[in-house]
Design a protein around this ligand. Structure first.
Ligand code: XBP
Ligand code: MG
Length: 272
C-alpha cells in the first residue's frame, strides 16, 4: 500500500474563506473603479461561483446578466483590465491581513511539515492572490514564511482548463513527481471535488465553506464542516465513503490531524 507523501490543498474556501468577503468585494471595487454600476451581491456571487476563474466569471455575468451592455472592444482586453484591477484590490486586502486562514489549517500544515509530508497547492485563483493571502499569516520565528512551506503552487491560467477539469491537480501531481495514490487532497467545493477525483485523488477530504455547504459533495472520501482544533468542538461529519473507517481516528484526535489523514488515505487506497 502506498505511503502518504503529500497533501494538495485548494485555496479559496479551503485554506481561507475568501470568496464572499475577499474576491466578491474586490470584484465590486474594480467595477466601481471602471465606472460600472455593477454590484455583485452575496447571493448573486454564490450563483456566479459555479464558474471558476475571475475572468471567466466576468464573461458569464456579461452574457447572463448584462446582455444589453456593449463592452469596449476587444472584449478580451476589457475583461483582462477589469480583472487586473480586481487582483490589485484583492492582493492589497489580503496583504493587509483581511482574511485569515480557517481554523486548524496552520496547525495541520505545521504537523505535516514537521513530519516530512510534502505540501502543494492546486487552485484556480491567480498566483499573486495565493502569495498575498499566505504572506499575511504569522508563523513561529524558526519557520520560513508560509508561502515557502508549499513545494508546489499550481495556480491560475497555467493549465488549459480550470476546475472542474482535472488539469490543475494533475499539474500539481506532475510537479511533485508523485502518483495520485501517494497524496491526500483537501477541497471545499463541487467543482473542486470533480477536479481532484478526475486527477485520481481518491483520498479527498472536503471541508465545506460558506458558499458550498449545500452542494452535493458526497463523492469525496470524507466531508466535514471544517478541520477543527483540539480545544474546540470536533468537526461535524457530513458524509463521504470513508466517514466510518475514519471515525475512530477523528474521535481520538477531536480534529483533523495527520492520523486522520493517514486513516483517510488508507481507506481510499483500500477502496481503489
Ligand atoms: C476559486 C475560484 C477563483 C476565485 C477568483 O478557486 O474560482 O476563480 O474566485 O480568482 P479555488 P481569480 O477554490 O480553486 O482556489 O479572480 O484570480 O481568477
Ligand atoms: Mg475552493
Amino acid at each position: 500500500m502506498p505511503q502518504l507523501e503529500a497533501i494538495i490543498f485548494d485555496v479559496d474556501g479551503t485554506l481561507a474563506d475568501t470568496e464572499r468577503d475577499g474576491h466578491r468585494v474586490a470584484f465590486n471595487a474594480a467595477f466601481a473603479d471602471a465606472g460600472l454600476d455593477w454590484e455583485w451581491s452575496v447571493p448573486l456571487y454564490g450563483e456566479l461561483l459555479r464558474v471558476t476563474g475571475g475572468k471567466e466569471r466576468i464573461r458569464t455575468y456579461l452574457a447572463e446578466h448584462r446582455p444589453d451592455f456593449a463592452p469596449p472592444e476587444p472584449l478580451d482586453d476589457f475583461v483582462r483590465d477589469l480583472h487586473q484591477r480586481k487582483t490589485a484590490h484583492y492582493t492589497q486586502m489580503m496583504r493587509a491581513g483581511g482574511i485569515g486562514l480557517r481554523p486548524g489549517v496552520l496547525r495541520l500544515l505545521r504537523e505535516a511539515m514537521d513530519a516530512g509530508i510534502r505540501l502543494a497547492i492546486a487552485t484556480t485563483t491567480t498566483p499573486a492572490n495565493v502569495s498575498a493571502l499566505l504572506s499575511a499569516v504569522a508563523v513561529p520565528g524558526h519557520y520560513p514564511a508560509l508561502e515557502h512551506w508549499f513545494e508546489v503552487v499550481a495556480a491560475g491560467d497555467v493549465v488549459p482548463a480550470k476546475k472542474p477539469a482535472p488539469d490543475i491537480f494533475s499539474l500539481a501531481l506532475a510537479q511533485l513527481g508523485l502518483p495520485a495514490t501517494a497524496c491526500v487532497a483537501v477541497e471545499d467545493s463541487d467543482n473542486g471535488v470533480r477536479s481532484a477525483l478526475g486527477a485520481g485523488l481518491d483520498a479527498l477530504l472536503v471541508t465545506v465553506s460558506s458558499y458550498t455547504q449545500d452542494q452535493d459533495l458526497g463523492d469525496a472520501a470524507l466531508v466535514l464542516d471544517g478541520l477543527g482544533e483540539p480545544d474546540a468542538p470536533p468537526p461535524r461529519v457530513l458524509g463521504g465513503g470513508c466517514a466510518d473507517p475514519v471515525a475512530a481516528a477523528l474521535r481520538d484526535a477531536g480534529c483533523v490531524d495527520l492520523a486522520v489523514l493517514r486513516a483517510l488515505h488508507r481507506c481510499a487506497a483500500a477502496g481503489s
